[in-house]
Design a protein around this ligand. Structure first.
Ligand code: 13P
Ligand code: SF4
Length: 338
């Protein structure tokens, strides 16, 4: 496919530029937006039309990506669901590699692009297909529930996938279907422990951790509560169990957004990746966000310039070995059907 010419910043009309800037106006000055983002946003919007492309953005993407160029935003579950049956020829994932792989599994005939091949995930990297086969051999008959934060080769060894948004439901379903009362839940030890506590279903775990969420501590939360009396603390279930115990609510990134939107707390502490608070601050001016900032280095490899380059060059297409596709897709589809 020929690379189309990219248009200069003037391709954004003044009205269009005003409209797009207004989506991030609480987070940055107009001068900053004009100087650093306007050109790339104009080019990306043009390229999306030329390529018949849609951009999916995870909730951890920076505000100029999340609010100014994304067509669909969400947590891992929403992105997997909404990716199904998209009309576009090209789907660009502004997120990490396992998310792009999941989209490719559900859209095998479309071109799925990830702007940076090194946008990985410490959880996905913690376990191999061989590890899963060994676990299954040690625990015959116990169903394998795998967090979507995993590679296609690991998904191919899996009975059913889950996300942080449906982990309780999937765990109960898998245990009931197998009649075992326990499941192998990999690779996130903390997610498995947290959900196992909620459901009362025993989980055989794997020592994988999210390098962002494992850093939070109950002491930090205690100190924030002292400095900000009345603050509502919301933690992602990838946090250690003692952090979840110290929080007021735990949920996926989409459940965090729903909580803030519905309950409108005066002050909130989101115990998760930094960009969540930025993206939500723009949409919820009535809530003050206290920010214990831990950045995901993988999510932050995705930039406007990288997205522009990916759409100009059609790089990097996600490919999944044919030997894995059917089995890996089945584990994701079983999850979506629950
Ligand atoms: P969510 O599915 O809650 O968005 O989580 C994905 C993730 O990678 C969190 O670290
Ligand atoms: Fe993986 Fe953690 Fe980054 Fe999410 S925040 S992509 S779990 S390393």
């Amino acid at each position: 496919m020929e690379n189309p010419p990219t248009l200069p910043a003037s391709a954004l009309s003044p009205e269009e530029a005003d409209r797009l800037y207004s989506r991030v106006a609480r987070l940055m000055t107009r001068d900053h937006w004009d100087a650093h983002f306007r050109d790339d946003i104009a080019a990306i919007l043009q390229l999306k039309k030329e390529r018949n492309a849609v951009i999916l953005a995870h909730n951890y993407q920076t505000p100029e990506i999340f609010h100014c160029i994304a067509d669909i935003q969400g947590d891992s579950l929403a992105l997997a669901r909404k990716a199904q049956g998209l009309e576009a020829d090209v789907i660009l994932m502004a997120g990490v590699h396992f998310m792009a792989e999941t989209v490719k599994l559900l859209n095998p005939d479309r071109t799925v692009l990830i702007p940076d091949a090194h946008a990985g995930c410490s959880l996905a990297e913690s376990i191999t297909a061989r590890d899963v086969r060994q676990l299954k051999a040690r625990h015959p008959g116990v169903p394998v529930v795998t967090y979507v934060n995993s590679s296609a080769e690991v998904k191919a060894e899996t009975d059913i996938c889950c996300t942080s948004g449906n982990a309780r439901r999937v765990m109960k379903y898998a245990a009931a279907q197998a009649g075992t009362g326990r499941v192998i839940m990999i690779p996130d030890e903390f997610l498995a422990t947290n959900i196992s506590r909620d459901t009362g279903i025993e989980a055989i775990t794997w020592p994988g951790h999210c390098e962002v969420h494992e850093l939070f501590t109950p002491l930090q939360i205690k100190q924030y509560r002292r400095i900000h009396p009345g603050v509502v603390v919301i933690a992602h279930p990838e946090c250690p169990p003692e952090v979840i115990e110290a929080a007021d609510f735990s949920g996926s990134t989409a459940e965090m957004i729903a909580f803030i939107t519905e309950k409108k707390p005066q002050k909130a502490l989101l115990v998760t990746e930094c960009s969540m608070s930025d993206n939500l601050a723009q949409l919820n001016p009535g809530t003050e966000f206290v920010r214990p900032c831990n950045l995901c280095p993988h999510m932050k490899r995705i930039t406007l310039k990288g997205i522009r380059h990916a759409l100009e060059t059609m790089q990097i297409p996600v490919e999944i070995p044919a030997s894995l596709v059917e089995r890996a897709r089945a584990s994701v589809e079983r999850m979506l059907a629950v």
